[in-house]
Design a protein around this ligand. Structure first.
Ligand code: ADP
Ligand code: MG
Length: 709
């Protein structure tokens, strides 16, 4: 249904019409091939080359019938975006006389993009620059549509020839495998002899801003950096809470509708859309999917948001903090572990046995997050998030877990061994007692926690809005796998299972309860309390990234075969370098805007005021000129200060050129010197914005931007 009339097609027909999904496979593949492919997907096996040949043929026919002429191995390099190189199905006979369409199993399974320009953090020496892409058959192929037509996209992993992961997908898949192995050990202990694998689900809620495209284009900071580097706060932003869940404006609503349609076509189950807290801020939530598909889907969602916004004369901002002083954007990563039949292992269950198993998974998460709090924090760090975490309604930079009162009571009782609140006295015996009903959708749900249990899933709210969810989920899966591994080690060796179970949970709660916090995460008291508890509070990415190369992190990733040491080092280096690049681009943008736009505008206005003083004086009326003189003084004070700070920034950027390959010192310099000088410039520029006649101001202000749509 390539050029279908979306607005008149039934939603259920639209859904997945551009996906080579299970229905299409059943229809088009011979039974044996279909079964073999399904088994490969289910059991995570290698795809047989004969099966691949048949699948490739069917996939090509399907794609071409839908109007596609090209295919691409679609992958997720370490720059955080997606990459594609298009090849046509075209093949020409030796004499050049006949054209045929071809797509072999080999082309489906493996691609060889020349990928020397992607960041590899030293993993891939440039003389052997070729990496290869390999089909991840757990994520279905789909057709991507743009004005030029349709392209068959084959989701792939991207590796070097020595087998090192050059992308975000490969470690994610490895981490799911690691978690699956350990979770199955736990399931066996609770008598499940059947389950071979578990899957991880993710439902990332995506926040974003929409602004008018013409205004967007007038601001170099938005165009180059995705956020405003200047801008005085207007008198009203989100104080009245009138935007959150408010009526959708026509233009926004039309955008959301087109977005829904395009997402449904490629199989993204876009479910919820609404206005967020800040003016011009919105959110989209999909129905959750297995984490590798959810990761692909989220990348597609971000790409489509940007593309479709342009159709409606708008620009979509995915930056974590496009506007200082307003709510930032995040991506709430809802996370759970599931059996293949859909049973959610984070669901408390009904019987004492189910309850006990649930408590094991719950306590594993608590242990994992406390033991690797800094690594979890690092997984959500980027230059943009440094402006968001701990500000306004964003979660604080301190990692803690919210469980709600009912579960907190249960854990307290387990720790102390006696029931107090949840039952009528007596000894607690996990495996024998039933949990009280836990409220699923309590309306007073704590929204200030960075990591909250919400009834049957955890919600990691720190994740940056612009980032891929692959990284945070890779870390989360790995650390939880490790905690489950420790628990399984103890339980498997136990003589008295129930007794050991009680002891294991007791030990975990005792040791890790400091990470549990139900109170207000936005408050200053929590910052102090967290410090007393010894919880880390890491305010910036440069410090946060260090956790990637802590010994505890290297050990856990190596033990579970998620990242090798060199793979981890490369991620660390790439993240630091990206931070440096972002700050450098922001600094250059600021310098340009000040020198070419802000100061010239201020000088023109100053000139106008000075002229008016002179012309008033020339009338020789006895007029008071104090106000005009004050304006002149204030203007020139801030202009001088802004100019001085800009000169300072220029010389800092020059100094930064001397760091060469010492990326740690370079990143620290950017954070300590460059970012602080940029902040100083901003203060003066924003003061000037408040003094200068708006007719003179060289670009659209906050008040125009956030109410532009
Ligand atoms: P909110 O957190 O805004 O109240 P919901 O609880 O309905 O909203 O869900 C938010 C997101 O969590 C959605 O993307 C949803 O699909 C996802 N989600 C729901 N259940 C699970 C689960 N078991 N595992 C992972 N994600 C889930
Ligand atoms: Mg939520």
């Amino acid at each position: 249904m390539p050029n279908c009339d979306c607005y008149n097609t039934k939603m259920t027909d639209l859904f997945g019409c551009h996906v080579f999904n299970d229905t299409v496979m059943q229809e088009r593949l011979p039974k044996g091939t279909y079964r073999a492919l399904k088994q490969t997907i289910r059991d995570g096996l290698h795809l047989d080359s004969q099966v691949a040949e048949v699948v490739a043929h069917a996939m090509k026919d399907w794609a071409m019938e839908n109007g596609a002429t090209h295919y691409t191995h679609w992958f997720q390099p370490l720059n955080g975006f997606t990459a594609e190189k298009h090849d046509s199905f075209l093949s020409v006979s030796f004499d050049g006389a006949h054209a045929i369409a071809e797509f072999s199993g080999k082309e489906l399974i493996k691609g060889e993009p020349d990928a020397s320009s992607f960041p590899s953090g030293g993993l891939r020496a440039t003389f052997e620059a070729r990496g290869y892409t390999a089909w991840d058959c757990t994520s279905p192929a789909f057709l991507k549509q743009d004005s030029s037509g349709l392209t068959l996209c084959i989701p792939t992993a991207f590796c070097s020839y020595t087998g090192e992961a050059l992308d975000k997908k490969t470690p994610l898949l490895r981490s799911v495998e690691a978690l699956s192995v350990q979770a199955v050990r736990i399931l066996r202990l609770f008598g499940d002899t059947e389950t071979k694998r578990v899957t991880v689900s993710s439902g990332p809620e995506q926040e974003y801003f929409l602004v008018d495209r013409a205004l967007f284009n007038q601001r170099e900071d938005l165009v180059f950096t995705g956020r405003t580097l200047f801008g005085a706060k207007p008198p009203k932003t989100q104080e009245m809470d009138d935007h959150y869940f408010g009526t959708l404006k026509e233009r926004v609503s039309a955008f959301m509708k087109e977005l829904d349609h395009e997402l449904w076509k490629v199989g993204v189950a876009a479910k919820t859309k609404h206005n967020e807290a800040a003016p011009a801020q919105h959110e989209l939530a999909p129905i959750f999917a297995t984490v590798n598909i959810a990761t692909d889907h989220n990348q597609i969602t971000m790409e489509l948001m940007k593309k479709i916004a342009a159709h409606h004369g708008m620009a979509c901002l995915l930056h974590e903090k496009p506007f200082a002083g307003l709510n930032g954007s995040g991506k709430h990563n809802n996370w759970s572990i599931n059996k293949p039949d859909g049973t959610n292992l984070l669901n408390p269950g009904k019987t004492p046995r189910e309850n006990a198993q649930f408590l094991v998974f719950l306590c594993a998460v608590i242990k994992a997050i406390d033991e690797h709090a800094e690594l979890i924090r690092a997984s959500a760090a980027n230059a943009g998030n440094d402006h968001r975490l701990g500000a306004l309604e964003a979660p604080p930079a301190i990692i803690s877990i919210y469980l709600g009162d009912e579960l907190m009571d249960v854990l307290e009782e387990i720790e102390q061994g006696v029931t107090k609140k949840t039952a009528k006295g007596g000894n607690v015996d996990v495996g024998v007692i039933t949990l009280p009903d836990l409220p699923r959708d309590s309306t007073d749900r704590n929204r200030t926690s960075p990591f909250a249990f919400t009834g049957n899933k955890f919600e990691f709210r720190m994740v940056p809005s612009s980032a891929s969810v692959a990284g945070p989920n890779t870390v989360l899966n790995t650390v939880v796998a490790d905690a489950l591994c420790d628990i399984a080690d103890r339980l498997e060796g136990a003589k008295d299972f129930n007794r050991e179970l009680n002891q294991v949970l007791k030990d975990i709660i005792k040791q890790h309860k400091r990470i549990l916090f139900n109170g207000n995460g936005y408050s200053q008291e929590w910052v102090e309390e967290a410090a007393r508890r010894g919880l880390p509070n890491i305010s910036n990415s440069v410090d946060a990234y260090r956790a990637f190369i802590y010994k505890s992190s290297i050990d856990v990733f190596q033990k579970h075969h998620v990242y090798s040491l060199s793979e981890l080092n490369s991620r660390y280096e790439i993240k630091m370098e990206k931070y440096i690049k972002i700050i450098t681009i922001e600094a250059h943008t600021m310098i340009g805007m000040v020198r070419r736009q802000i100061l010239p505008a201020c000088m023109k206005y100053l000139d106008a005021v000075a002229r008016s003083v002179n012309s008033v004086k020339a009338t020789s009326f006895p007029v008071e000129l104090t106000m005009q003189e004050q304006v002149i003084t204030k203007l020139s004070e801030h202009m001088q200060a802004l100019n001085r700070a800009t000169d300072a920034l220029v010389s800092l950027i020059e100094q930064a050129g001397q760091f060469d390959s010492d990326f740690i010192a370079h990143a620290e310099f950017m954070r300590d010197k460059v970012v602080t000088t940029m902040a100083e410039m901003r203060t003066h520029a924003d003061e000037l914005e408040g003094l200068v006649d708006k007719e003179y101001w060289p670009f659209p202000t906050y008040r125009e931007l956030i109410y532009s749509v």
